[in-house]
Design a protein around this ligand. Structure first.
Ligand SMILES: Cc1ncc(COP(=O)(O)O)c(C=O)c1O
Length: 457
């Protein structure tokens, strides 16, 4: 039984994807002229089938900290496959998991002395919810507004933006959110003593790379302790040296009860997640012999993810990628701030290490304000998407706007990014914003995009 989509010609890879996986995603990529076929990805560079070189300034949302296909991680995986070792026996104690847990806990420090492994960030958040409930015997979970914690039901319950939630309810009960950065709101909720955990990103990535005031996280930790709530950091994007230190927690001098890691942990090659926690939290779940397997997952501790994690950690340390992230981040922020200073549409360049955001604002000049607002009414993300599209198509840079704040362009290249690549990015972005600053091509392109979007709807 054929459908209209199935008879579409010609059948390229992305057509098969559209037929069998997600047609709307292919439409969106086509619309943004970003539907290219990547053939080879090395370091910060992506090479396409039609001979283009794209420089990755997104890193798969902070997955590729060591760069794409780092040879050491690839070799480690090849070696693991070649040795025909125990991969997923399920009834053994996995040595590699023990080794990786030891290294992660040593890097994290503080009270983090045990690890539970998962296969994604969301699964890590789900585990953190369960462990916190088991430990405190409370059911409530508190989070921060505009957070991104993942799209499984539990993690999604901690995300306030309606776009992600609508149509998937009812979600997990007894959750609440407080404004990120507000101590008053946090204390008002914690005082009720019904929350097992306050789960928060140290820097809110998808909310717009929002960096809290210096003492926010320390005060939040102290409040959590006062009211018997676990202080849990979601470091899925910020961890693994992205902000310069192993965890962003180290930048803010906090000592969380649990930390969720994923994304960059296995060098961008194998799905992985990890929840680091204190002995006490761990013992609340695995408290007796009959409870030895109370929380598990088939792919948890699989040898490829563990081997990739060990190799990735070794690369991060040997190549001093934390130091590099700090230096490169300072350099790139300085260059961007100088280059973009004259544009009123650029509100702020901010970040920590190589997790950066460039926030835009509505122009004041009437000649720009009119088209800007017109396109804003079509879709709030229109302005940002044209920036992203032009950076990609005209200058060969892969970026994206933040998932919960379309006015912030995310800048997060692999930590191995080179000076020349950063300089070229600054020139490209200045050129694109210059174009947006003069009515004409930029805005007529926006109109074309809007028309095509409606036709494709
Ligand atoms: C901060 C944060 N937490 C959790 C997640 C969920 O991770 P995953 O997509 O691996 O489930 C994400 C994903 O982008 C994230 O950015």
């Amino acid at each position: 039984m054929g459908t209209a989509v199935e008879t579409a010609q010609p059948v390229r890879g992305s057509n098969l994807y559209a037929q069998r996986v997600n047609p709307q995603w292919v439409r969106l990529l086509d619309l943004l002229e970003m539907n290219v076929r990547y053939e080879r990805c090395v370091g910060a560079e992506l090479f396409t089938a039609d001979g283009r070189r794209i420089v990755d300034f997104l890193s798969g949302y902070c997955v590729h900290n060591v760069g794409h296909n780092h040879p050491d991680v690839v070799r480690a995986l090849q070696g693991e496959l070649a040795r025909s070792g125990p991969a997923m026996i399920q009834t053994h104690a996995a040595d590699l998991a023990g080794e990786l847990a030891g290294k992660l806990c040593a890097g994290a420090g503080g009270r983090l002395s045990k690890a539970f492994f998962a296969s994604s960030g969301s699964e890590g958040v789900e585990a953190a919810i369960k462990f916190a409930r088991a430990h405190t015997r409370r059911s409530g979970i508190l989070a921060a507004e505009h957070a991104f914690h993942g799209l499984t039901c539990g993690a999604l319950s901690l995300m306030s933006d309606a776009f992600w939630r609508e149509g998937f309810g009812p979600l997990m009960p007894e959750t609440a959110v407080v404004p990120f950065g507000s101590m008053e709101a946090l204390e008002a909720e914690l005082k009720r003593k019904r929350f097992a955990a306050f789960i928060v990103e140290p820097i809110q990535s998808e909310a717009g790379v929002r960096i809290p005031a210096r003492d926010y996280l320390r005060s939040a930790e102290a409040l959590c302790r006062r009211y018997g709530t676990l202080f849990v950091l979601d470091e899925v994007q910020t961890g693994m040296y992205r902000t310069g230190t192993f965890l962003a927690a180290h930048q803010f001098a906090v000592n969380p009860d649990m930390v969720v890691l994923a994304k960059a942990l296995s060098g961008g090659l194998v799905p992985v997640g990890a929840v680091l926690m204190s002995d006490e939290v761990c013992e609340s779940v695995y408290s007796s012999l009959p409870r030895a397997l109370l929380h598990t997952s088939t792919f948890s501790e699989n040898s490829l993810a563990m081997r990739a994690g060990l190799a990735t950690l070794a690369v991060l340390e040997r190549e001093s990628l934390g130091q590099r992230a700090l230096k490169a981040g300072d350099y790139l922020r300085e260059q961007l701030t100088t280059a973009l200073a004259k544009f009123e549409m650029v509100k702020e360049v901010r970040g920590m290490g190589l997790l950066m955001g460039i926030e835009f604002q509505a122009p004041k000049q009437l000649r720009l304000r009119v088209p800007y607002e017109a396109f804003g009414t079509i879709h709030a993300g229109m302005f940002g998407q044209i920036l992203v599209m032009r950076l990609f198509r005209d200058f060969g840079f892969l970026t994206q706007v933040c998932g919960n704040n379309f006015m912030v362009l995310k800048v997060a290249p692999p930590l191995v990014v080179e000076r020349g690549q950063m300089d070229a990015f600054v020139v490209a972005l200045r050129n694109v914003i210059q174009l947006a600053n003069s009515p004409g091509a930029f805005w007529s392109e926006a109109l074309g995009l809007a028309r095509r979007a409606f036709r494709a709807h």
